[in-house]
Design a protein around this ligand. Structure first.
Ligand code: M6R
Length: 614
């Protein structure tokens, strides 16, 4: 949600800031704005809509060349996506400009107090109260960092704030609680941002701020304190990827690029997981084996696509370890009073590591005594930091709002976790684990094979263009893939789509099947005979009612041929690993359909990449 950047240094600040906003536009694109300080005054440009609108405004009415600037790209929460509500917000006395990511939950009460003493407001945002509070502190003579610490104590909710002050025009002051903030450390220049992508062009040296910290940044110095003013430290790290990973590399969409990166992403997630003795190792799993042997229940908590990865995990982990696995939508978890004990292992899955619903769910689980394992793609983000252990999915930056390589690597990491638990609990023999690991290691070239045969999906998208509704069916691990196929289509092509467990069809959803309704069916491998034959019957059932059947079945499966209006061949893989190949054509179909419909695939309406509000 919302991308924020601040820059101080010798470059033209507005250029650095706008370039950073471009790289963070995936975080929100309802409006964008930039503020700089020139000649004792704040200069501000902000516009509703995507960053292109702001750039046009900057062309029409340029900002001065300055050495300090802040910028914001917004996903609207309080106040509609208008010019007035766009950030930065300036205090009524014109002294301070502020950008914000998150929600100030007590803004209404704070605003009322300020209005009672005559402070005028310009916008309908929660953020403006921060600008007004800081403006008053600074007016009363407070140093900007001290002012930030004072007002942070008044705020409830989640926030990352960055402020500049006309009376101290060489510094940026930022604060964070439950919302991301990283400092980019340059030479004679420094950056603050929601995401390293914003400054990766200039530096790969970063400091991740901790919870409830304030950072005071000028060209040379970075000073971190807690909200009480005590010296504090952040976590210094080097970003392992470079600018090219954050760019489209000739693809029309980040999503398409990320679909094609999947073989490498899976290979990287698997890399280095074997110890010298051949046993599986998960280095960052800092929970003692003795504890993992006592676990009697696993609860997976996640949202959206990550939740579907969790559903795949259930099939694999239960089968391999015989531990009961529950999979929960994170936003529902803590409100239903879940049964958690010290023997419960909570596995949380999040690409961004920032999803507020997921974060709150793991905090709740921790309070109840559970240990937490995070499966996450974003190094140093909040969720892994608040977990007992982490398995990083080395997918590289995922920028398309619709998750693709994020999902496939989450599934891969879940397999690794399941096999590791099976190894230490002796629920599988070593050679059985090795066999699955061999199949996993063989998966990247097979995913590549799927990518090499996607051309007919383009024709399929053209054929099905204009259909108002799509259904997706699967059984076993094919069921979460059906849900994921439908979600991809809803998210980026804005068409009605639903995924079902194929066996549920006859219990209601089959009433939706009509002449010409496209039904995608993920067929399990023939080696799972019963499962396979049931799904083949399901295809016949929908076809008999006039559906257009799009069948995804493994190479050599001839039984499905008579019932498939369109047949896509999948490479042969063991049943449990089939999601790694079956999800790819569904991702590509959604991308193609949305492209044909003329939509912005990477920035679908109403969505943002990291959902940092509950
Ligand atoms: O960053 P996370 O994995 O925690 O995000 C969870 C969901 O918001 C995310 O998967 C969302 O559903 C995607 N846009 C789906 O493509």
């Amino acid at each position: 949600m919302c991308g924020i950047i601040g820059y101080v240094g010798p470059r033209v600040a507005r250029e650095v800031v706008v370039a950073g906003l471009r790289r963070m536009e995936y975080r929100g694109y309802d409006s964008a704005g930039v503020a700089v300080i020139d000649d004792g005054k704040i200069e501000l440009r902000k516009k509703a809509g995507k960053i292109g609108n702001l750039e046009a405004e900057l062309q029409r009415d340029p900002l001065s060349d300055t050495e300090i600037g802040i910028g914001h790209t917004r996903w609207a929460t309080h106040g509609g996506p208008t010019d007035e509500n766009a950030h930065p917000h300036i205090s009524a006395n014109g002294k301070v400009a502020v950008i914000h990511n998150g929600i100030i939950e007590n803004f209404a009460a704070l605003r009322e107090e300020l209005e009672t003493v005559g402070v005028p407001f310009q916008s309908g945002t929660d953020t403006e109260v921060v600008a007004q509070l800081l403006g008053r502190e600074v007016e009363a003579g407070a140093d900007l960092a001290a002012a930030m610490r004072t007002i942070c104590k008044l705020l409830e909710g989640a926030f990352t704030l960055v402020a500049i002050d006309v009376t101290q025009p060489d510094r940026l002051v930022a604060a964070r609680r439950d919302s991301p903030l990283v400092v980019g450390v340059g030479t004679d220049e420094n950056f603050v941002a929601s995401d390293v992508a914003a400054f990766i062009e200039f530096t790969r040296s970063a400091i991740e701020l901790g919870q409830d910290q304030v950072v005071d940044v000028n060209r040379e110095l970075i000073t971190i304190t807690d909200f009480a003013g005590n010296p504090a430290t952040g976590k210094h790290y080097q970003v392992t990827w470079d600018l090219s990973a954050a760019e489209k590399a000739g693809y029309d969409w980040f999503m398409r690029k990320e679909i094609f990166e999947q073989p490498r992403a899976v290979a990287d997630t698997l890399l280095g997981r074997h110890g010298e003795d051949g046993a599986l190792k998960l280095d960052a799993l800092h929970i003692p084996e003795s504890h993992l042997r006592t676990v009697d229940k696993i609860i997976v908590v996640a949202c959206g696509t990550a939740y579907y990865a969790g559903l795949v995990a259930k099939y694999a982990i239960e089968h391999w370890t015989r531990i009961a696995v529950e999979v929960e939508i994170a936003s529902e978890f803590r409100y239903r009073d879940p049964i958690i004990t010290g023997r419960t292992l909570v596995v949380t899955i999040s690409q961004s590591g920032e999803t507020a619903d997921t974060l709150m769910a793991i905090r709740h689980a921790r309070e109840q005594g559970a240990r937490i394992v995070a499966i996450c793609n974003t190094n140093g983000s909040t969720i892994p930091r608040e977990s007992d252990a982490v398995i990083y999915t080395h997918a590289g930056p995922e920028i398309g709002v619709a998750s693709t390589k994020g999902f496939i690597t989450q599934v891969t990491a879940c397999y690794l976790l399941g096999l590791y638990l099976a190894q230490i609990r002796n629920t599988m023999f070593g050679d059985e684990i090795a066999q699955v690991m061999n199949s996993l290691t063989a998966a990247p070239p097979l995913i590549q094979k799927v990518l090499d045969t996607l051309e007919p999906i383009k024709d399929l998208a053209r054929t099905l263009l204009g259909k108002p509704s799509f259904l997706f069916l699967g059984r076993h691990v094919g069921f979460p893939i059906a849900l994921e196929g439908a979600l991809k289509l809803k998210e980026i092509a804005y068409v009605h789509a639903e995924g079902f467990a194929a066996g549920e069809l006859k219990h209601g959803p089959i009433a939706l099947v009509d002449e010409g309704v496209p039904v995608f069916v993920i067929v399990p491998p023939r080696s799972r005979e019963q499962l396979h034959s049931k799904v083949v019957s399901n295809i016949q059932e929908v076809r008999a009612r006039g559906a257009v059947t799009v069948v995804l079945a493994e190479d050599g499966d001839d039984e499905v041929v008579p019932y498939a209006d369109f047949l896509f061949r999948l490479p042969k893989v063991p049943t449990i690993l089939q999601p790694l190949v079956s999800v790819v054509p569904l991702q590509y179909f959604a991308c193609e359909l949305a492209t044909l419909l003329g939509y912005d695939v990477d920035q679908p309406r109403n969505l943002a990449k990291s959902v940092t509000v509950e």
